[in-house]
Write a protein that binds this ligand. Structure first.
Ligand code: GLY
Length: 398
């Protein structure tokens, strides 16, 4: 402590802020409570399955509460099979497993899709989870092929995987913070194939992202556009946030989750520091409400009447549970405390849907893209995915 007090007044404030739990740690949840919520989630997903037209995957709800579906090329296609695997893992109901396998099969052709950066979401959340429980060689090959497709979008001059646009576009090269979530697939592909090029690309992408996506307060921009020929930054903007300089809520959660995964695979303290700084920015943010479910943007106009984004809360909870495992006792207790508050909030009104409603989705009140007027204040399959993942992570700690 003494050494830290010598540094500067600002550092002292920062240190105190980082290390002091802001809420009481008597906020635990019981195994029975977790099991009850997972059982209710499984029963909702059986309803979702019953509602699905052939060949379709669930995406979200329309504003009137009916099911909105998508097909395999949509970036959210992998979350439904992935959620089913998580639910099967804890509930052990084979109908959940069979539906996970059936629905993942609908995505099989996407392993060769080089037109998207979202292959981590699509193929890792689905096939990655199937492989985790089976070690099935066929799933392993799908993961390796998906990683090969993803790295076709890597540009060494930029040091990033291209998010949006065509691979041969020489005018612009847009990278979104969400892309940090696709790196887990690359690390696993190196482990599964022995080819270190996937790992190296993941590390290069993360390092470029630290350099260019983050502001001094550890909030992040949504979109950075690079010159594809020399890697210089053309602009930093938002597409789904409230303003170019705002902190779009889901983007902040993606960054936190992504850098926590970076530390899991590399054990490089630089990534742990990055994740912890992002966590501090988020959990100490004056606009994070008492129930810890973020507004759709931390700088949304109209706060406290702005709408919330349950998906960013679910991702934040899941990331904090993992990050707690890499952090000192006091930080870990703070992270778990916030994660528990989020999960308790999501497991009650107004976020959790009554059984038999919400077209079969578990959660309500997420925001896809408010500026794009798409999926605003509705159920989203990725809110459910990270909510169930977080509950499983909590259960595994017990
Ligand atoms: N990756 C797109 C989103 O988070 O909305």
């Amino acid at each position: 402590m003494k050494k830290i007090f010598l540094i500067s007044g600002l550092s002292v404030l920062f240190f105190i802020n980082c290390s002091t739990p802001r809420t009481a740690s008597n906020n635990s949840v019981s195994r029975g409570w977790i099991n009850q919520n997972l059982a209710e989630a499984a029963s909702q997903y059986k309803l979702l399955k019953a509602n699905l037209p052939a060949g379709q995957l669930p995406r979200s709800t329309f504003e009137n509460g009916t099911l909105r579906t998508c097909t395999s090329e949509n970036w959210v296609s992998g979350f439904y099979p992935g959620t089913l695997v998580y639910l099967y893992e804890t509930i052990k109901d084979t109908s959940l497993w069979n539906e996970a396998v059936r629905s993942a099969n609908l995505l099989s052709k996407e392993q060769y899709n080089t037109g998207t950066h979202d292959l981590g979401f699509m193929m890792y959340c689905s096939y990655g989870n199937l492989y985790r429980l089976t070690n099935n060689e066929q799933y392993k090959q799908v993961l390796i092929n998906s990683a090969k497709s993803l790295i076709t979008r890597f540009n060494p001059a930029v040091g990033c995987i291209r998010s949006w646009g065509k691979s041969d576009d020489t005018k612009e090269f847009r990278v979104i913070i969400d892309n940090m979530m696709n790196l887990e697939l690359l690390f696993r592909a190196t482990e599964l194939s022995g080819d270190s090029s996937f790992y190296k690309i993941a590390v290069t992408h993360a390092n470029t992202t630290i350099r260019n996506h983050f502001r001094p307060d550890y909030s992040s921009y949504h979109v950075v556009n690079y010159n594809p020929l020399n890697g210089s930054v053309i602009y930093k903007k938002t597409a789904q946030g409230a303003a170019d300089e705002s902190a779009w809520a889901r983007g902040q959660s993606w960054g936190l989750y992504g850098f926590t995964v970076m530390y899991r695979f590399t054990h490089d303290k630089k990534y742990l520091d990055q994740a912890q700084h992002i966590a501090q920015f988020l959990i100490n943010h004056p606009n994070l409400p008492a129930d810890k479910i973020p507004y759709w943007d931390y700088n949304a106009p109209g706060i406290p009447n702005a709408i919330r984004d349950a998906s960013s809360g679910a991702i934040l909870a899941s990331a904090l549970i993992e990050l707690a495992g890499y952090s000192d006792k006091q930080q870990a207790s703070n992270y778990r405390d916030i994660a528990n508050t989020i999960l308790k909030s999501l497991s009650a009104e107004p976020y959790k849907a009554a059984q038999g409603t919400n077209a079969g989705f578990i959660l309500k009140h997420s925001v896809g893209s408010l500026p794009g007027k798409a999926d605003v204040d509705v159920a989203l399959n990725y809110a459910d995915y990270y909510y169930v993942e977080a509950l499983n992570r909590l259960k595994n700690l017990k």
